[in-house]
Design a protein around this ligand. Sequence first.
Ligand code: R5P
Length: 311
Amino acid sequence: MAEKDTTQVSAEKAYYEDVPPPAQSFHVKGAAHAEWGLKDRLSRIFSPTTGHTVMLAFDHGYIMGPTTGLERMDIVIPNLAPHIDVFMATRGALRTCVPPTFNKGIALRSTAGPSILADDVTDEVLAVDIEDAIRMNASCMAIQTFIGSPFERQTIDNLNKAINAGNRYAIATLGVVAVGKQMERTTRFFLLATRMLAEFGVHLVKTYYCDDFKKVVAACPVPIVIAGGKKLPENEALTLAYHAIGDGAAGVDMGRNIFQADDPVAMVQAIGKVVHEGYSDKRAYEFYKDIAGNDKPVVKRGRRGRPKKIF
Ligand code: R5P
């Protein structure tokens, strides 16, 4: 039992009787009425200062094996960690390559499917149990959907199962609008797909940038982060990010355009300038060129030339 508190302060001072409670608002679109735990997780994804996010997608290995630039995730990824808000990855990559002291957002890739050697990569299943997402302290579960593909219904089922499980424990769901080889990439398609995912109940959507993107953002009641896609020259990738943020995207979730850049550490910082600091694409590219090459990822070597322990 606590000892009797004998300290005296005036009631007026202690209770701030004339001060109204602070107004409460939340910086993530569509989440103002969410509960505390979910808001805590969403705040790991979207900076409370800027409302935006830089997510690094490095989940490519789950269908492609050792993708160019990610041959050694254990060396490449820790160098990028200080400059991002969220890692989007499989549980295997996270457990082995991301220090648990990272303590930022985790978008846990929670579906799995056939490899690029198979006929159709869209035949995905829900792979991660909610218990494992909790163990990984996931901020959100990333679920791929293929709207308009033969496996549309199955991927929608995966998504809704994840949302239902996540809702029990206040873990957000990131709905990914994936585009199969034969599928259209029109504004009409992205309007349809992003809105469907939001109405199913995802808390954020990942999709591609397109014409009339402002319309897509306006019609989607939760935040949209844009996908990077295939590697572009660095200046073009910065222009993509600049237009997306200007048109209302809440951030980027890029992979190859960061880790396949000539200098991934410089590139991720330049993307951060656009996303969080309002840099234009041109200014961010100047910034990139200024720092590129100065801060090459360092592989610290211990005895016998082995890379040093990172965590
Ligand atoms: C899409 O969400 C998939 O998870 C991809 O594996 C990944 O996010 C692709 O990233 P990027 O196209 O920017 O390399």
